[in-house]
Design a protein around this ligand. Structure first.
Ligand code: TXA
Ligand code: MG
Length: 326
């Protein structure tokens, strides 16, 4: 059932459901999350069951602010606090040491925990109302079945899970790709997942370059090689290659669509094409909705033009590369 996120009574109903250990999908500025109270392992286990997510993949816990974050981590300091002060509320998740005995299921048993304070006003209203009901934080992976494309609209969540689930509608997600994840639990901060915030901005705050994830980094589904997959096979190609491939295709009966920034269809082509915006923030905003829309055409193939190589496109390139690997 979809509840309007602008309605205070609806927010309170959703907050009460969270407090009672039920699942509630909610909007954030990145993507929609599938929430359960993080301080209740049984509630959190419902998330894993609903998504079909392996139990050893930890979840992000959403909090209102650094004070709520301290409930889940007793050692918020150094790099993590600098990042929190700069980027919260916003699309940044920090991985930090977990306080003893809390959020065991959300952390999938790891000694660390991922924390994020969302900026979306509806997410904040929900966290606020839930905290009035005694909820310390809301565990929430993206509200999609395991390995599929993250939802950026309430209707995407309903497409994934049906009408039974409570979904708070907050409109289209602004950012459109999942949060940047920085692991601050080790000596040197590492970038586990690129997002909207360019790595240079994070490095400027930290005063040092971000490391690559270590080989011993915990399993992170968003960091699996194959993820974010549409049903159609996705191929990522540099512009000249895509252009040549399209010229060679002729009148082939392939069920194919093109998602490109600079490469146009050959004249007379009857293929579907979606245009990727030149601006990386706009491109990210539309990315998952466009992939879902193309997927609904019942295609065999989606040919995508490789995004530009500068760091503002890192998050988009990362999602497309993983979708292509599926
Ligand atoms: O933007 C987002 O981050 C969205 C919205 C809903 O907040 N959430 C999201 O959650 O993308 P999810 O579960 O789809 O991706 C979270 C990523 C996963 O790759 C997970 O493994 C990683 O964060 N993660 C969570 N806790 C971790 C931990 N303790 N150590 C390492 N990775 C962790
Ligand atoms: Mg996800």
């Amino acid at each position: 059932m979809v509840l309007p996120g602008t309605d205070a009574a609806a927010i309170d109903r959703a907050a009460a459901a969270l407090a009672a250990g039920e699942l509630v999908a909610f909007p954030t500025e990145t993507v929609y999350g599938l929430g359960a109270r993080a301080d209740d392992d049984l509630a959190v286990e419902r998330i894993f069951a609903c998504k079909g997510r392996p139990a050893d993949h930890p979840l992000i816990v959403h909090v209102l602010d650094i004070d709520q974050a301290r409930h889940f981590s007793s050692s918020l300091e150094g790099a993590a606090t600098r990042l929190i002060e700069t980027f919260w509320p916003g699309p940044l998740t920090v991985i930090v040491a977990r306080a003893a005995g809390v959020a065991e299921a959300a952390a999938a048993g790891q000694s660390t925990i991922g924390l994020r304070s969302p900026a979306h006003p509806v997410a904040r209203a929900l966290l606020e109302a839930a905290s009035q009901h005694g909820v310390a934080g809301v565990a929430g992976p993206s509200a999609n079945r395991f390995g599929r494309i993250s939802p950026t609209r309430a209707s995407h969540v309903v497409d994934e899970f049906g009408d039974e689930l409570l979904v708070v509608d907050g409109g289209d997600c602004d950012v459109g790709i999942e949060s940047t994840i920085v692991d601050c639990s080790r000596a040197a901060p590492a970038l586990l997942r690129p997002g909207q915030i360019p790595r240079e901005r994070i490095e400027a705050v930290l005063g040092r370059p971000l490391e690559a994830p270590g080989a011993d980094a915990p399993r992170a589904s968003g960091t699996l090689e194959a993820h974010y997959a549409p049903r159609a096979r996705l191929r990522l190609m540099p512009a000249p290659m895509l252009n040549t491939a399209l010229q060679m295709l002729g009148d082939s009966p392939l069920k194919l669509a093109v998602y490109s920034r600079t490469v146009a269809l050959p004249s007379g082509s009857r293929l579907s094409r979606r245009v990727m915006p030149d601006d990386p923030d706009r491109a990210a905003h539309e990315l998952f909705a466009t992939l879902r829309e193309l997927d609904d055409l019942g295609l065999e193939l989606i040919w995508v033009e490789e995004p530009p190589s500068d760091s503002a496109w890192d998050g988009i390139r990362d999602r497309l590369t993983r979708a292509a690997a599926a």
